[in-house]
Design a protein around this ligand. Structure first.
Ligand SMILES: [Zn+2]
Length: 244
């Protein structure tokens, strides 16, 4: 009897160790898009933000787009420091599944949240997203998204440059990491497009669905928007203040 109790106790002790790591894994904001919104917007837990960018050689981000992202981050968060690092890697693939994107992030990403610094990871890829060839950008985890830079270059036409499109897609995917629209919270404003969940119904918002699709030129007049609209900004402000 005593040995049975001892065995049961040791089993509970062993499994509670496993449970702890499982719990960490389950409650980590990294697991789903929008879940790290407070970590990114507020400065209480993380006063610094680092952006790690890994790009396929030849498909590096434009400095203008990175500058705009930094500007948008400064406009909507309380961070007292925003740093950016970039590195290239080679790829022989040209059509990426979500699993392949996750694997590439695992092999390329070097920085993770630590101490008072939160880290966002951005992959710049050649080729296309296997599930939808119109995809220009894809937010797939709480702190990471991918940019399909070759598709962005292909989408440029007439007076709309690849850089204009890249700026809009970059801010759009960043907006998804912040929870826009209605990812894990409910906005006091009626601005989610019922036809395209988690996107704005305002085509002048960077969170309009067509911004991340090669279809945008059928849906938008002129260059895609690269700024949040007043409802997006109000949501972000309320979340930043902990009121939403
Ligand atoms: Zn989107």
């Amino acid at each position: 009897m005593r040995s049975t109790i001892f065995l049961m106790l040791s089993m509970i002790l062993v499994s509670s160790g496993c449970l702890d790591s499982l719990k960490d894994e389950l409650i980590s904001c990294e697991n789903s898009v929008g879940e790290c919104r407070y970590e990114i917007l507020q400065d209480g837990k993380y006063s610094k933000l680092h952006i790690e960018i890994d790009y396929v050689s030849g498909y590096e981000p434009s400095s203008e787009a990175i500058d705009l992202l930094r500007q948008r981050i400064n406009e909507v968060t309380d961070k007292n420091s925003v740093t950016i690092s970039q590195d290239s890697f080679g790829s022989t693939d040209n059509s990426y599944s979500l699993q392949e994107i996750l694997d590439i992030e695992s092999s390329q990403r070097t920085k993770f949240k630590d101490g008072d610094e939160f880290v966002i990871h951005i992959l710049y890829l050649n080729g296309e997203f296997e599930d939808n060839e119109n995809t220009l950008g894809l937010a797939y985890k709480g702190s990471s998204f991918a940019m399909f830079q070759e598709k962005i270059e292909d989408a440029a036409f007439l007076f709309i440059s690849a850089q204009d499109i890249e700026k809009a897609v970059l801010v759009h995917e960043y907006g998804h990491l912040l929870g826009l629209v209605n990812m894990g919270y409910t906005s006091p404003h009626d601005h989610e497009d019922p036809e395209h969940p988690h996107h704005s119904n305002n085509e002048e918002s960077v969170m309009y669905w067509a911004v991340e699709s090669q279809d945008f030129y059928n849906q938008l007049d002129g260059e895609p928007p690269n700024n949040f609209d007043s409802y997006d900004l109000d949501d972000l402000n309320l979340m930043r203040q902990g009121k939403l």
